[in-house]
Design a protein around this ligand. Structure first.
Ligand code: GLU
Length: 419
């Protein structure tokens, strides 16, 4: 873990990134001022009955950052470190992610302060159903559509869909995405974020004149994003030399097989004990000599503290907010290309959009169609951001923000100020 001294408030970081990009744009000061703030936010305290009969009160949040481009979209995370400013930052990042991707959505995020690994399945279900009910004043298929994020999964989305549907008296598929296929989920959604990371890495390597078959990669995090990214980068031909999860880092200079890692993980629910690797710390993992580093865990991983020792040529952000502005500056000086979260990990929300459209129409597409559309969008968006970065001589994060803020600002100015 990074030291607390360099761990920064994610919302202050989000605003700082926004202010850096806004300088390149000719938008009215009131539009910029509105975008610096969340639109609305809800805090809920709710009781859940635990297995031993006790009631425990949990704290949850749902924040809408922007409703300019359409309904708000963004995941729900269950984590002990969730706090309001983190959720605000994640909601703001969703606004830019949806705008860069050209989706008709604003940004939102939700979270509950909880370690779900400490709960039984029934406790997790009760917590989810109660939280879904609490946020249903904000959540709706045309207003705000949640999805999975850290420590939530298709089962949790199924409970949210069912809870909302029970209140309505009929099934509402469009209220949440990332659902299991059996209850209106989309083919390709589970792999979508990792698949998008792989497409982004592939395009970036090409720009740098590097071949996947000659690329060594390190992936931090082995959740939905990290594990699928590692699998698909391996399929692309990259040599995965390091991975990590909550139990620490695993290193093998001759290459790790993500299929075997996943098999181990499925049995033990953790990478600890994986035999064909040297055990290293999370800090060491981030500083391994490699071509491609994919941080796919949490915020604040690449900071002023360790950026000078990162030994990669290319960083593709699978997580939201893994790099602080100070680290971004170090990477710029060291000529390390950083492809930002709002571009690189957009595959998830892009296929969420496909799932939402399919659910609203009750007309479902095949997986090939979904992956083809995802690839086309990821590549086009990458090229657009690359072109802005070249034209304005800015880093890829600032370029992505310039595109995103411009889209939202233009729509805001066309819609005008109410009343
Ligand atoms: N939680 C994911 C993200 O950060 C997905 C959001 C969604 O699909 O709405 O992008």
């Amino acid at each position: 873990m990074t030291s607390p001294a360099t761990t920064r408030d994610p919302f202050l970081i989000a605003v700082e990134q926004f202010d850096k990009a806004v300088k390149y744009l000719d938008i009215s000061p009131w539009t910029a001022e509105v975008m610096r703030h969340p639109h609305r936010e809800l805090t809920v305290y709710f009781p859940v009955e635990m297995e031993d009969g006790r009631l425990e009160v949990f704290t949850g949040y749902r924040v809408h950052h922007s409703t300019i481009l359409g309904p708000t979209k963004g995941g729900i995370r269950y984590h002990p470190a969730v706090n309001l400013n983190e959720v605000r930052a994640l909601a703001m990042w969703m606004t830019w992610k949806c705008a860069v991707a050209g989706l008709p959505y604003g940004g939102a995020k939700g979270g509950v302060i909880v370690d779900p690994k400490q709960l039984s399945l029934r406790e997790l279900e009760r917590l989810t159903r109660r939280y879904a009910t609490e946020i249903s004043v904000l959540m709706s298929p045309l207003g705000d559509i949640p999805a999975p994020d850290v420590n939530t999964n298709p089962q949790v989305m199924a409970w949210i869909m069912d809870t909302y549907s029970m209140h309505r008296g009929y099934s509402v598929l469009g209220v949440v995405t990332g659902k299991p296929i059996e209850v209106g989920g989309s083919l390709g959604r589970f792999d979508a974020t990792g698949r998008g990371v792989m497409f982004t890495a592939r395009e970036s390597l090409q720009k740098l004149g590097m071949k996947p078959s000659q690329t060594t990669a390190v992936v931090q995090g082995f959740g939905n994003v990290g594990s699928v990214s590692a699998l698909l980068l391996h399929e692309l031909g990259c040599k995965i030399i390091g991975v990590s999860d909550v139990s620490g880092g695993f290193y093998n200079p001759d290459g790790l097989n993500p299929n075997e890692l996943l098999k181990h993980w499925r049995i033990h629910s953790v990478l600890a004990g994986y035999p064909k690797a040297e055990k290293i710390t999370n800090a060491e993992l981030l500083e391994l000599k490699c071509d491609l580093l994919v941080p796919a865990a949490m915020e604040n991983q690449l900071t002023a503290d360790n950026a000078g020792r990162v030994n990669a040529r290319l960083i593709v952000e699978g997580a939201n907010g893994p790099t602080t502005p100070e680290a971004d500056e170090v990477f710029r000086q060291r000529d390390i290309l950083v492809v930002p979260d709002v571009l690189a990990n957009a595959g998830g929300v892009i296929v969420s959009y496909f799932e939402w459209v399919q659910g609203l129409q009750s007309f479902f597409w095949d997986e090939q169609e979904i992956n083809r559309r995802l690839e086309r969008l990821m590549v086009t968006n990458f090229e657009r951001v690359w072109a802005v970065a070249q034209a304005k001589q800015v880093d890829m994060r600032t370029a992505a923000y310039i595109l995103a803020i411009e889209r939202v600002a233009r729509a805001a100015e066309l819609r005008g100020l109410y009343p």
